[in-house]
Design a protein around this ligand. Structure first.
Ligand code: SOE
Length: 381
């Protein structure tokens, strides 16, 4: 049976999640991985059971049997690797953010389209099945006119000043952290499900840990041991732990986003409520298989993920019967399933999955949010 041959670059947190999701699809095969040196690549390839491994991603790109590449490295490498992959004739799935700047993202959109290569950004949150149910409900007018969209994306993995990660270093993560890293997922999601687009933003950032303690050796060295003062280096922090963003949407709707990576007890909670002139809907990623539907003149409802109860558009993202919960790992599987079906198909229809154009959109939103925080005023898109 013909299988699409895939290479994965970067095997930190999300790279292995891509590999696991791809291994659940019958028409693809992960044949190679690359990381920053031979030692890491060999260790990860042995751990993940992948035959071909490279300590230099350019050798993976030179492999003629590889049709598609997944870029799962720290943010600052995405643009260069995606550009080289497209120039090598590879189709590309890139982790968010697509690039470091709007200009770089636009260049990748244009290059992918010029070369006729299939491209995606891993905005996987869209693929919780009930997200497409809400999108279809909005498209059918069931919510009515959208008045307001509000919510939050809260984590606590950077709660202590000793929590350290490349995302804290602008050289690797860019000028924004909480907004660009996770606020981007929330903004992409709410524009996708509601069908309304942001027109203006007003942002207020906060850095609660002005300095953090960077371990002087790999974290593993300290696993299970209390760190002594001499084990750290104090690092000044310039990217936001927290942000509040006000939105004005193109249709006149209003919105708010609270994004934080220092919210104790919130491990990875995405929440939104869309208030329409007919109904409201509310969802949170800690209970991803249910959607609350609010009504003024009738009983509120709790809609559960059940293929027999949702629209066909949502049913296409469901693999298990009602009550059999589908979660974070399933979102990547469903995104890649649509991506590779499109890659193998006639490509006549507009892709259903998030493409480089959606990655560009998020860079545009983040750039204006950063500008608004710096100026302390509303900024138009
Ligand atoms: C860290 O904030 C992180 O891993 C993000 O980088 C991912 O995009 C998000 O899905 C989970 O949290």
């Amino acid at each position: 049976m013909h299988k699409i041959k895939i290479g994965v670059i970067g095997t930190g947190f999300i790279g292995p999640a891509h590999i696991e999701a791809l291994r659940r699809l019958p028409n693809v095969e992960v044949v190679a991985l690359a990381d920053k040196d031979d030692q890491i690549a060999n260790a990860k390839a042995d751990e993940l059971g992948i035959e071909t491994r490279y300590g230099d991603y350019r050798k993976l790109l030179a492999n003629p049997e590889i049709t598609s590449v997944h870029i799962c490295t720290p943010n600052s490498f995405h643009y260069a690797m995606a550009k080289e992959a497209l120039e090598a004739g590879k189709n590309v799935v890139c982790e968010k953010p697509l690039a470091n700047t709007v200009a770089e993202a636009q260049e990748l959109v244009d290059l992918a389209e010029k070369k006729g290569l299939v491209n995606a950004v891993h905005f996987n949150v869209r693929y919780y099945p009930l997200m497409r149910q809400i999108r279809t409900m909005a498209q059918k007018g069931e919510l009515g006119e959208i008045f307001a969209i509000h919510g939050s994306y809260l984590q606590d993995w950077l709660f202590y000043d000793t929590d350290y990660n490349w995302r804290l270093e602008p050289a690797f993560s860019g000028k924004s952290r909480a907004v660009a890293d996770i606020g981007s997922h929330w903004m992409d999601l709410v524009e996708y499900v509601s069908g309304v687009r942001v027109a203006e933003v007003f942002a207020d950032f906060a850095i609660f840990h002005k300095n953090r303690k960077k371990p002087l050796k790999p974290i593993e060295t300290y696993a299970g041991k209390l760190l002594a003062p001499e084990d750290y280096k104090a690092v000044p922090i310039t990217t936001e732990d927290y942000a509040t963003v006000l939105f004005r949407f193109e249709n006149g709707a209003r919105g708010t986003l609270t994004v934080s990576q220092v919210a104790a007890g919130r491990k990875n909670r995405i929440y939104f409520e869309i208030d329409g002139s007919k109904e409201s809907v509310e969802w949170n990623s800690e209970s991803p298989n249910g959607v609350w539907i609010g009504r003024r003149d009738g009983n509120n409802q709790l809609m559960m993920k059940d293929p027999s109860l949702v629209y066909p558009e949502s049913r296409a993202l469901i693999s298990f019967p009602g009550g059999h919960q589908e979660g974070f790992p399933d979102t990547s599987k469903q995104l890649f399933k649509e991506y590779y079906a499109y890659l193998e198909g006639d490509r006549k229809e507009k892709p259903k999955f998030p493409t480089f154009r959606d990655g560009l959109r998020e860079l545009q939103l983040c750039e204006k949010i950063i500008e608004s925080n710096q100026k302390g005023q509303w900024v138009r898109l």
